[in-house]
Design a protein around this ligand. Structure first.
Ligand code: SF4
Length: 324
């Protein structure tokens, strides 16, 4: 486990890149940092505490530190790599797959992941109460939809009250059977993840409840995440994890095997291992397909089937995530 770093909670989210480097005792020059970015540095205190001091190669640091490689212009890397804006019948609603829709519940996240496929998404045009109202009307009119996925941004970056209010509106639609929440907050900021109103709601709700967390490396998980995830399970959530395959972060079968085991110890089943979405600014995270297939095969040989995530890629226009 990394040497832990216990900084003041309040100042963390407003760290400049230089301040982060000072706190972690790494050289900005050697790390090739980018000091100004339209997608600024954002790192929650819990996540920072899991980063090893003095290690510029720390796999958690690599996920959040802006670097000069983000300014590379690489062919094939675009602003909207999965075509969200082509499947956007009304602001805040994305409808790509049969039977389920995605509702963008928040424009914010508790962390900024440098490889994020929505790092250029025009959230300001997509989210407000009026948009939700219209999106919920459309969902209520379409009886083929039985699952609503809350995504973002990160839905758990909403206030807990706002999140539960929105969920209750969804629950009132009779043909909705399942609520799925996609959130990185329980892993990266467990001390601020919702754990009161949401859990009370979940214990009473008629809906099937799925929480898909997003964890890329076992170092992100701690005793604190274990306790929080246990609370969600007890309240009736099925817990799944999705991981993005990232160069110099987790492009190693042993690292991913360890992640599967630690997730399972915390009650979470590995679900997807995603190939990187080719978003502008993230090309330095790409792992070639052949390498991805080789390390997935090694995982298959060493893990029980229920701990092997599916290796997939999202291709615009496909009716499901495409297996490699
Ligand atoms: S938490 Fe999810 S949506 Fe937010 S920046 Fe990270 S990957 Fe993107």
């Amino acid at each position: 486990m990394p040497q832990t770093n216990k900084p003041e909670t309040k100042s963390i989210k407003h760290f400049s890149v230089k301040e982060l480097c000072q706190t972690l005792q790494i050289s900005p020059l050697e790390s090739g940092v980018l000091t100004q970015s339209e997608f600024p540095l954002k790192i929650p205190a819990d996540f920072l505490a899991q980063i090893e001091i003095g290690n510029p190669l720390d796999p958690l640091l690599k996920q959040v530190l802006p670097v000069l490689a983000e300014t590379d212009q690489v062919t094939g890397y675009t602003l909207d790599p999965v075509g969200d804006l082509n499947n956007n019948p009304t602001p805040s609603l994305i409808h790509k797959y049969h039977g389920r829709v995605l509702l963008i519940a928040s424009p914010k996240c508790d962390i900024h992941c440098r490889y994020c496929f929505r790092r250029h998404f025009p959230y300001e045009q997509q989210i407000n109460q009026r948009h939700w109202h219209k999106a919920l009307e459309l969902i209520a009119l379409d009886e083929s939809i039985h699952e609503v996925i809350l995504s973002g941004g990160d839905p758990m970056s909403l206030s807990e009250k706002a999140l539960v209010n929105l969920i209750e509106k969804i629950e009132h639609i009779p043909h909705i059977r399942t609520l799925r929440i996609h959130s990185r907050t329980p892993v990266v900021a467990p001390s601020k993840a919702p754990n009161k109103l949401l859990l009370e709601w979940a214990k009473k709700s008629r809906l099937n409840k799925v929480l898909v967390v997003h964890c890329n490396h076992a170092n992100e998980l701690s005793e604190q995440t274990a306790q929080l995830l246990q609370q969600y399970r007890t309240a009736g959530f099925q817990l799944l994890n999705q991981t993005v395959l990232l160069k110099d972060v987790n492009d190693n079968a042993d690292v991913l095997i360890d992640l599967s085991h630690v997730l399972f110890n915390q009650g979470v089943l590995p679900y997807y291992l995603h190939q990187l979405d080719k978003v502008q600014g993230a090309s330095h995270f790409e792992v070639p397909d052949l390498e991805a297939l080789e390390l997935h095969e090694e995982m298959r040989q060493k893990l029980p089937g229920y701990l092997l995530p599916r290796l997939v890629r999202e291709i615009e226009g496909q009716p499901y995530k495409t297996p490699l």
